[in-house]
Design a protein around this ligand. Structure first.
Ligand code: 13P
Length: 249
């Protein structure tokens, strides 16, 4: 039985004080459950403070750089995250790829640096509307996954969480139907089986992201190959966040 992992991605929303307030209000209401991981990926400036107040919610970063230290103005390193005991980091989000020019090679290096530090990468993949409409989703995602996992050994690969986020469903209110999401997540599991083996494919966690809300999370997470959700907008409001992580499966 694979766990479910439901992570809010706050992107560039909220101030430090608002974030602390949010976590203080919500943390004790998150139903602790060995089968569900409830997380929030916060902007890096608030990681330290938020980490101190979160007991049930697992705090994640939204990005990191792969070098240990150096002249990389504005970046945060894996050792900095380790020092704060951060356990998850989102890498390769489509906004990082599209707006900040991140390449598959950079994302692969980030994954390797995180794994070496025992931090779980949440590695995002997903296609544009144009790619989706031209029927090239699987080829696109296969390329991203193959390059993202390049040179990563089997025992590390199964620790990575994959987030499938079709760009056309992000922040648009246009959710992929549970069936579409399931089909792609199943294909992703097959891609992992092709690169590694059945065991890794069985163990690896695959999230869906794109307009997930309390109203649709159950239908999405009921799908056989979907093990969680990465949620933007609906994770920013307290009640809505609780509706996501405390959903009744
Ligand atoms: P929305 O849930 O706002 O569509 O965002 C999805 C996302 O990008 C999560 O990483």
């Amino acid at each position: 039985m694979r766990k479910k992992i439901i992570v809010g991605n706050w992107k560039m929303f909220k101030t430090n004080s608002q974030a602390i307030e949010f976590i203080k209000t919500v943390d004790s209401k998150v139903k602790v459950n060995k089968d569900i991981i409830a997380g929030i990926a916060v902007p890096s400036i608030m990681l330290s403070d938020v980490q101190k107040v979160a007991k049930n919610i697992v705090i994640s970063a939204q990005n990191c750089y792969f070098e240990k230290e150096g002249a990389f103005t504005g970046e945060i390193s894996v050792p900095m995250l380790q020092d704060l005991k951060i356990k998850y980091v989102v890498i390769g989000h489509s906004e990082r790829r599209d707006i900040f020019g991140e390449t598959d090679e950079m994302i692969n290096n980030k994954a390797k640096s995180l794994l070496a530090a025992n931090i779980t990468p949440i590695l995002c993949c997903g296609e544009s509307l144009e790619t989706y409409e031209s029927g090239k989703t699987i080829a696109w995602v296969k390329n991203q996954i193959t390059k993202g996992f390049a040179g990563i050994a089997e025992q590390d690969a199964k620790k990575i969480v994959i987030a499938y986020e079709p760009i056309w469903a992000i922040g648009t209110g246009k959710v992929a139907t549970p069936q579409i999401a399931q089909n792609v997540c199943k294909e992703i599991r097959d891609i992992i089986k092709g690169i590694y083996n059945q065991e890794v494919a069985n163990e690896i966690l695959i999230q869906y992201g794109g307009s997930v809300k309390p109203e649709n999370i159950k239908d999405i997470l009921d799908q056989a190959d979907i093990d969680g959700a990465l949620v933007g907008g609906a994770s920013l409001i307290e009640d809505s966040y609780l509706g996501l992580v405390n959903y009744k499966g």
